[in-house]
Design a protein around this ligand. Structure first.
Ligand code: CA
Length: 226
């Protein structure tokens, strides 16, 4: 499995990292909520191990942003030091899939991750996004426009996916930058050049550009595409 660990306690994070890697998993780690959220959105993981108490963005807020704003459905195993039922229930209502109370055994973490992964693979595959003649399969990230395959770099795909999740809704430049690049890493020139690449590829495939610019506001798919 490809696993992301978001945990600020260096000892716990290192133990998790070493154990899961020794069991053959590909592991990435973040020590704060902002970095973790960025990794969770910009890369693909089979599961996320998420600490509840984190500097920056706490685990519950991170889960809420991941599910509600970025529409990322990667299964989440929440780690909590607070052994109260209320916290657990709140974690689940915000989209965590399972939880473990600290201290936990490393084998138990892996067992929960494997079980979450089996459950999520058994779920109905995420539906193909469609907007007019445009389609995007979230499982394979294959894009078709007017019957033609569209090849796009990963960040352009992610921008298109954001636009297609809610056709017609205007998404601001800041929101796209935050969801695709994280909080502080890139300049607006980067977004501009990716939008240019995206629009050129879509125009080449479908004969017109479905992305509408609302100056000073943001971007959306044109009404006739939704
Ligand atoms: Ca912590």
């Amino acid at each position: 499995m490809r696993i992301l660990i978001i945990e600020d306690d260096a000892t716990i994070a290192a133990n998790l990292y070493d154990f899961l890697e020794s069991r053959g998993h590909a592991v990435d780690a973040a020590a704060d909520g902002v970095t973790g959220l960025h990794l969770a959105i910009s890369q693909t993981f089979d599961a996320i191990v998420l600490d509840l108490g984190l500097p920056g963005i706490d685990g519950l807020t991170l889960t809420k942003k991941l599910r509600g704003e970025a529409h990322v459905e990667t299964p989440i195993l929440m780690l909590t030091a607070r052994d109260t039922l209320d916290d657990k229930l709140e974690g689940f209502s915000r989209g965590a899939d399972d939880y473990l109370v600290k201290p936990f055994s490393l084998k138990e973490v892996e067992a929960r991750l494997l079980s979450m992964n089996r459950r999520s693979s058994g779920r109905i595959a995420p539906r193909t996004l469609e907007a007019g003649a445009l389609s995007l399969d979230p499982k394979t990230m294959a894009v078709r426009f007017a019957g033609n395959d569209v090849k796009l770099p990963p960040k352009c795909l992610r921008i298109l996916e954001l636009l297609m999740r809610e056709p017609g809704r205007v998404i601001s430049r800041e929101e796209i930058e935050r969801l695709v690049w994280g909080e502080s890493q890139e300049t607006s020139d980067t977004l501009r050049s990716h939008l240019h690449t995206l629009r050129r590829a879509l125009t080449a495939a479908g004969g017109h550009d479905p992305v509408e610019t609302l100056h000073g506001i943001g971007y959306r798919l044109r009404a006739n595409e939704s």
